[in-house]
Design a protein around this ligand. Structure first.
Ligand code: NAD
Length: 435
């Protein structure tokens, strides 16, 4: 469903009216394309506090020019890992206040923080302050700009994350706090097709977000298995044909779903994307048991069962990736969605508890994307007023596209993202609802 308001605000009368009436002014987002894979402009590297990060070589590898000649910065990285006191926070203001106005439209501001030091409450206070700062700046920058915070201790372990956040691929990711560990992971041989030689399975890939995830992982070089229910066979085959993948028709709620996936992939699996999901909305007072249990089973029960089965069978190869799909409804809650909100919050619980163990025992990372309002058939069916509220009530004043969720999934799946584990990253344009 086209966003007509977004198109209208790009016209002269649209600009005039929205300015006069104080209406939201969404900027067309700059997304990745083969022709324009990088941001248009330079990168500005700033520091607050005494940093010990070896950041410059990592930033140089983003390919963004760092000289004055590059004009308006399209990306600003503020290294605030050395901020330990309230006084140090003055340096955050001093660094960004003079430049924030000059950041190009659809530009990126990435603040780097350190893990909170529980033995030093001054450091913890100052570092936690960076979260409120980042989220507030994200809500005021406008013009398609995004602002995110990355907590890290080792710059090279965070390279895939910085490259993602400093690229058009993260167009709809804003206001996020991402913690990156110090696990080194090898750089892929082919930077343009980092998943070459890897097999990815995407559930619910016959349409919507899953289709975009399958296409994006295939773009990155993966052999993709398009999994969906038998009733979606025609769409699944169309997707697989388009991306050069294969089809597996299977209801993920089947008790033996994990075993059947393992059997279909005797060579093993590198990337497992749990995307299949359903909604059966009703307020709790009107919700029959089957609406409750079907949503819990598809969105959470089957995810737990098949993940356990595949890990136990050793079907996920070392250096593998599991990406699950949560939702802002599981974080903020949503009227009419007690079943869905419960299932999606459950997904985040699964991620947090399983991630350290899966990495230690199987060498596999476990993360979640939490989409906000994404333009799909699911959201096109939402009544007009609620749909408009969902679209506008975020810092970017528009809905996201399936490809935005797909790009975030591809970043988790990237061979260089071994230090990204246990994260729940919202792809919601910094929705104003919820945390
Ligand atoms: P969609 O309804 O367009 O597609 C879901 C796909 O999953 C369908 O092809 C369906 O056949 C498949 N599926 C459903 N049950 C299955 C099962 N038991 N086994 C195998 N496949 C099954 O949905 P979408 O909008 O693309 O959403 C994809 C995921 O993103 C879901 O988990 C959804 O909850 C989540 N999400 C979507 C939004 C949004 O705005 N669209 C927001 C937050 C979260």
């Amino acid at each position: 469903m086209a966003d007509r308001y977004l198109s209208f605000t790009g016209t002269a009368p649209g600009r005039f009216l929205t300015r006069r009436l104080g209406l939201p002014r969404p900027a067309p987002l700059r997304r990745w394309s083969q022709e324009r894979p990088a941001l248009d402009g330079g990168l500005l590297h700033l520091t607050a506090g005494a940093s010990r990060l070896d950041l410059a070589p990592v930033l140089a590898r983003t390919g963004l020019p760092t000289d004055e000649a590059a004009g308006k910065p399209a990306a600003v990285v503020l290294d605030a890992t050395g901020v330990r006191t309230v006084e140090d926070l003055d340096e955050v203001h001093a660094a960004l206040h003079p430049v924030v106005r000059s950041v190009a439209e659809s530009g990126r501001i990435v603040v780097l923080g350190a893990p909170l030091d529980t033995a030093d409450h001054h450091q913890a206070a100052a570092q936690q302050a960076l979260e409120g700062f980042t989220r507030s700046l994200g809500k005021e920058t406008g013009g398609g700009r995004t602002v995110n915070l990355v907590r890290l201790t080792d710059a090279s372990a965070a390279e895939s994350t910085l490259r993602f956040l400093l690229s058009p691929k993260s167009a709809y990711v804003s206001g996020q706090v991402i913690a990156v560990g110090d696990q080194e992971s090898p750089a892929p041989e082919d930077a343009d097709r980092p998943l070459t030689g890897r097999t990815a399975l995407v559930t619910g890939a016959a349409r919507g977000i899953g289709e975009a995830v399958a296409a994006t992982l295939a773009r990155d070089g993966a052999e993709v298995v398009v999994l969906d229910v038998p009733q979606a066979e025609e769409d699944a085959r169309r997707v697989a044909e388009r991306i050069g993948g294969s089809v597996l028709l299977l209801d993920m709620t089947a008790a033996d779903a994990g075993a059947r996936i393992a059997e279909a992939l005797p060579g093993g699996l590198d990337v497992l994307v749990h995307n299949a999901g359903i909604t059966r909305d009703r307020r709790l007072v009107n919700m029959a048991k089957d609406r409750w249990s079907s949503v819990l089973d598809v969105n959470l029960g089957s995810v737990l069962r098949t993940t356990d089965a595949l890990l136990e069978a050793g079907a996920l190869r070392r250096d593998g990736r599991i990406v699950t799909t949560a939702s802002i409804a599981g974080i903020a809650g949503n009227a009419g969605q007690t079943n869905y909100g419960a299932s999606k919050a459950g997904v985040t619980g699964l991620v947090r508890a399983l991630a350290p163990r899966a990495l230690a025992e199987h060498g596999v990372t476990v993360n979640a994307v939490a989409p906000g309002f994404i333009e799909t058939k699911m959201t096109a069916a939402v009544p007009l007023i609620i749909r408009e509220a969902g679209r506008r009530m975020n810092s970017l004043a528009q809905g996201g596209l399936p490809v935005d969720v797909a790009e975030t999934t591809a970043w988790f799946a990237h061979p260089g993202s071994g230090a990204v584990n246990g994260q729940v990253v919202r792809v919601c344009g910094q929705s104003l609802l919820g945390a």
